[in-house]
Design a protein around this ligand. Sequence first.
Ligand code: RB5
Length: 142
Amino acid sequence: MLAIGCDHGGYELKQEILKHLDERNIAYKDFGCDSTASVDYPVYAKKVCNAILSGECEMGILICGTGIGISITANKFRGIRAALCTDCFCAEATRQHNNANVLALGGRVVGPGLALKIVDTFLDTPFSNDERHIRRIQGMED
Ligand code: RB5
């Protein structure tokens, strides 16, 4: 199960991503927000991170205007590795190397075409399981 959340700056992109997930038959839980009315991104970052940390969801997607505020918030949660990606190279690398469990996107930064390719790359790329990457990820928590 994928957790997804956004603020008003990410709402329109989230709607595109939800359509795409439906087309791909990927199960998700949408934690809001539900319109372009102004809201605070930490609220939605927390909902998605808690869903992952509780085991309800395996991965998450978080979207705000830039992707910055929502990813900074997510990375304050121990065990969350949120990667703000603006291209497919980073989306692939952060799965392979960092075992990122949250993809952060900027709804005012990337267009929907690129964003959907980033989403697909992130979701379809497995962690490498290389010893050096496991050690470095462990090093984040020490
Ligand atoms: C909201 O206007 C905007 O600040 C927010 O979406 C995000 O870009 C924060 O980092």
